[in-house]
Design a protein around this ligand. Structure first.
Ligand code: ADP
Ligand code: ZN
Length: 354
């Protein structure tokens, strides 16, 4: 078992991570007698009873509710529905909410926790690789509306994150790949050792493998969030691969899953860095070889004007200019005077997307 700290002053919390930590976690230190688990239909079937039993064995009052599995559930009305269900069940502020599932459950239920009775304490128990390495850390919560994704949301930190590798045993291969893309992202932006480990082990699917990559990734995310909770600058490094990736998601009508879109995004963003003379041919190739070895696609047939339009209006960009974080070698990004994102001329972007 390992503990990774997210340092946010009074709102600091631990990510407790390892195999079997859900059972070993000392719920007593949370200081609540009642828990309400919010999960999705798949995770409920697979692991719902297991978690309920753990809490019951500790002598707590436990309730469980679920939403339909999948990204389509991540909308405003569903958050309202979950909140209303809490109200119908008479949940009060002494109850601790437990989000139990992938990123979708974490985002919706975390968001509900932020507004229900002006804020309910909550714990994340992420069950997908993507949620364990990324969305469960940093307190971003939110839902989609017809006008855009994650438009309604809050930064609202949990009391703890319980990251149990054992839940990954039931995760479908496509969902594993979804998470691996973000793990590769962490390696490219910040961790040569993780990158080398992935080069040797990325086809493994055993506990030791997951434990290593989740611990490394979660530590990077926790450190970045601790230094820059509200994304004034440093947290932008986590957007590597996401500027182009976001365009791929939209252009594909969200048929391409997030991790795959980010993988494609990294290929093209690294190409931009290479064209600007920042990243060597060798390191560009090394990154792309690893993405390929992970079983992720490398290319996308772009509608270039469409992609540029999306990137210009991306909420992460300003003044119509497109900003990128640019790797300068495996494990390090270009940084200048504390800045990590740089505007790139559209001609260069266009050329890279060809
Ligand atoms: P993500 O975590 O990738 O952002 P979701 O929350 O939509 O996205 O989870 C992806 C899918 O994986 C959902 O269908 C969810 O029910 C399912 N899922 C989550 N955790 C597990 C698990 N441990 N085993 C099997 N399926 C899971
Ligand atoms: Zn992402």
């Amino acid at each position: 078992m390992q503990t990774i700290k997210v340092n946010l002053g009074e709102r600091s919390y631990d990510i407790v991570m390892g195999r079997g930590v859900a059972e070993a976690f000392v719920f007593g230190k949370i200081g609540a007698d009642k828990y309400v688990i919010v999960t999705d239909s798949n995770v409920k079937k697979l692991h719902g009873e297991f978690l309920e039993q753990i809490l019951k064995n500790c002598g707590y009052d436990v309730e469980i509710m679920d939403i339909p599995a999948g990204e389509d559930s991540k909308h405003w009305e569903m958050a309202g529905e979950v909140g209303r269900e809490l109200a119908r069940r008479g949940i009060d502020r002494d109850t601790v909410l437990v989000t139990f599932g992938g990123g979708v459950v974490g985002d919706i239920a975390g968001f509900v926790a932020s507004f229900y009775k002006r804020g309910l304490r909550y714990i994340h128990i992420p069950t997908t690789l993507l949620a364990q390495v990324d969305s469960s850390i940093g307190g971003k919560t939110g839902v989609n509306i017809p006008e855009g994704k994650n438009i309604f949301g809050a930064i609202y930190q949990p009391l703890a994150v319980i990251t149990d590798i054992n839940f990954l045993k039931t995760l479908p291969e496509d969902e594993v790949k979804n998470g691996l893309a973000e793990v590769i992202k962490y390696a490219v932006i910040k961790d040569t050792e993780l990158f080398e480990y992935l080069e040797k082990n990325i086809e493994r699917r055993d506990e030791e493998f997951y434990e290593f990559i989740v611990a490394k990734s979660a530590a990077i995310k926790a450190e970045v969030v601790s230094l820059d909770e509200r994304e004034s600058e440093l947290r932008k490094i986590l957007n590597y691969g996401h500027t182009v990736g976001h365009a791929v998601e939209i252009l594909s009508g969200h048929k391409i899953f997030h991790g795959q879109a980010v993988a494609i995004g990294m290929v093209y963003e690294a190409k931009i860095a290479n064209k600007l003379g920042i990243l060597s041919d060798v390191d560009l190739q090394r990154q792309n070889d690893l993405i390929k070895k992970a079983g992720l696609s490398l290319t996308y047939d772009f509608d270039i004007e469409g992609a540029l339009k999306i990137m210009r209006t991306d909420k992460k960009n300003k003044g119509g200019q497109i900003y990128f974080v640019l790797p300068k070698q495996i494990g390090a990004l270009k940084e200048e005077n504390g800045k990590v994102a740089f505007p790139v001329e559209e001609e260069v972007v266009k050329n890279a997307l060809k």
